[in-house]
Ligand binder design. Structure first.
Ligand code: MN
Length: 202
């Protein structure tokens, strides 16, 4: 994860997630949307004390402050998108591994039930937002957040996320969010990243 206000490189080639997520979608989603959040935030914090802060500190400094909502939205969206790219990998998906696999069985009963609950959270996030697998005091949970909101500010440790803003899937799936979510869960989730995040959460 980047700790500065910048557009980090994608962790794979722009065509590496096709056909689940096309190169065209990534060129817009990463190259236009994610980049715009970075460009916007750099303008908003230029010349202020926040300009030299790590991204996570910027987010935590402005969350919940009505007069800083623009800074929060852009900063949190930078963090969420970088986290999303790392939540995916070519030839990912399938059954989880390691401590995350044990945590999923403990929390959801089975991987099959986890898949249903994760997809349901992604489907029932009304409008724009995110579905997350998090660790909350050692317990794995599925949560959803609207717009730019992020578990970074709630004391939960994010393990994986799926972006369910329409810009994440409309070029490839049009209105079929369910097909996008199912394909991401089955073919792209990066369990190595989830395990690294869980280990860091302690
Ligand atoms: Mn997005």
């Amino acid at each position: 994860m980047s700790h500065h206000i910048e557009l980090p490189p994608l962790p794979y080639a722009q065509d590496a997630l096709a056909p689940v997520i096309s190169a065209e979608t990534l060129s817009f989603h990463y190259g236009k949307h994610h980049k715009a959040y970075v460009d916007n935030l750099l303008k908003l914090v230029a010349g202020t004390e926040l300009a030299e802060q790590p991204l996570e500190a910027v987010i935590k400094a402005v969350v919940g402050k009505p007069d800083r909502v623009g800074v929060f939205n852009n900063a949190a969206q930078i963090w969420n998108h970088t986290f999303f790219w790392n939540s995916l990998k070519p030839n990912g998906g399938g059954a989880p591994t390691g401590a995350v696999a044990k945590g999923i069985d403990a929390a959801f009963g089975s991987y099959e039930n986890f898949k249903k609950e994760f997809a349901n959270a992604a489907m029932t996030q009304f409008g724009s937002g995110w579905a997350w697998l998090v660790a909350d005091k050692g317990q794995l949970k599925i949560v959803k957040t609207p717009n730019a909101d992020t578990p970074l500010t709630t004391g939960q440790a994010a393990l994986l996320t799926i972006d369910v803003w329409e810009h994440a899937y409309y070029l490839d799936y049009q209105n079929r969010r369910a097909d996008f979510v199912a394909a991401v869960i089955d073919k792209l989730l990066n369990w190595d990243f989830a395990n690294a995040n869980l280990a860091r959460a302690g």
